[in-house]
Design a protein around this ligand. Structure first.
Ligand code: SF4
Length: 368
């Protein structure tokens, strides 16, 4: 059982970040905010696949006008990413956003004071942070060539120092509704930075590996960085940044949380790697079942499904799952709740398995 770091609880729309709130999944809209219709449709798709908070890039007045319409069309908390524009932050808050994300190192203190004042008045949090690119903006830190990775003066240490200074700045203004983020593209640095920051404060953390990239590399990098910290109880909201559709970011985030046993979203599939004993096309069966499950609407689910290649290890795993298949010669033996039920021809395995999953999932545990 993972013991989560104790943090303050920060309100985000109708949800919370930190404290005893579930670790929240975020993603970001990937079309211009000014394109109201496309943004609303992307937010709907994100909501359907389980996204819990959506960030939007706010770059000009057109985006602000669209933001007002978007806000009226959805209940999901919206986070305005305002880069370094004070006026856009203020207008976004007035448009009703639930959180502002900013990098204070890129902004003037006068503007930050105005933002903190209005955010406090409206009861919304600020996500403040720094990324490794901002380190050079800090006047009291040594230049990059003299830095190692994690030691004093290194990138992780410098990030922590930078964010710590900004935390104090906001605290001096009487503003405490903060979520913190420390970003670099290197897994090792991120882990070190968050570990150090966790010892210095009790603000909730937003986790993510910035610009992780695309495909398998990006998923592995994000899973390691985010997963290691979550396993240590560090992290209160996550975003997996992928150069892919935002729905994919949400699915990977769900898989990270589910793999660690932190939250459950969909049935868990266990399948063997196959070997010379396998006499059915197991990869094809598993792929089809997984694909179809994404279209089912039975989330969250704690069902366990085992799809195994043969009778050597198959029955053991299949018996321990809620539903299982142990492959035979062009067929599979179906197990339900630990008991063998019937043999199914290979051609009908996917269809029959999905039917059984559907049936069982209506009575499945819906713990989240
Ligand atoms: Fe091979 Fe059977 Fe084990 Fe699958 S379950 S890896 S087919 S021995």
């Amino acid at each position: 059982m993972i013991k989560r770091r104790k943090t303050r609880k920060v309100k985000l729309g109708n949800l919370f970040i930190g404290g005893d709130a579930p670790i929240l999944i975020q993603s970001m809209v990937k079309v211009p905010t000014s394109d109201t219709r496309k943004v609303i449709s992307q937010i709907r798709r994100l909501e359907e696949c389980g996204c819990e908070a959506v960030r939007l890039a706010i770059t000009d007045a057109e985006d602000i006008s669209s933001l007002k319409k978007i806000k009226k069309s959805t209940k999901i908390p919206l986070i305005a990413d305002i880069q370094f524009h004070t006026s856009l932050a203020l207008k976004s808050i007035e448009a009703g956003v639930d959180k502002i994300r900013l990098n204070p190192g890129n902004m003037k203190k006068k503007g930050l004071k105005e933002i903190a004042h209005l955010a406090k008045e409206r009861g919304i949090p600020l996500r403040i942070g720094a990324n490794s690119g901002s380190i050079d903006l800090h006047p009291h830190l040594p230049p990059p060539p003299s830095r190692g990775r994690n030691e004093e003066g290194g990138i992780a240490f410098s990030l922590v120092k930078l964010v710590d200074d900004w935390v104090k700045f906001f605290e001096d203004l009487g503003f405490f509704e903060l979520v913190l983020s420390l970003k670099t593209t290197a897994v090792e640095e991120i882990i070190s930075a968050y570990r150090m920051m966790a010892k210095r404060c009790d603000y909730p953390f937003h986790l993510g590996i910035t610009e992780a990239g695309m495909g398998r590399d990006a998923v592995i990098k994000s899973s390691l960085g985010i997963g290691i910290l979550l396993q240590e109880g560090i992290g209160d909201t996550i975003r997996v940044s992928l150069t892919e559709a935002p729905e994919e970011e949400v699915r990977v985030a769900q898989e990270i949380l589910q793999s660690l046993g932190i939250r459950s979203f969909y049935p868990e599939i266990i399948s063997c790697p196959t070997c010379g004993r396998c006499e059915i096309d197991l990869p094809k069966i598993v792929k089809e079942v997984k694909k179809k499950l994404l279209t089912f609407n039975f989330k969250p689910s704690t069902l366990k499904i085992a799809i195994m290649g043969c009778v050597v290890n198959g029955p053991g795993e299949a018996k321990q799952a809620d539903i299982g298949i142990a492959g035979g010669k062009k067929n599979g033996l179906l197990f339900k709740k630990g008991k063998p039920v019937r043999k199914i021809k290979e051609a009908n395995l996917v269809e029959e398995l999905l039917k059984e999953i559907k049936e069982l999932s209506t009575t499945a545990d819906t713990r989240r």
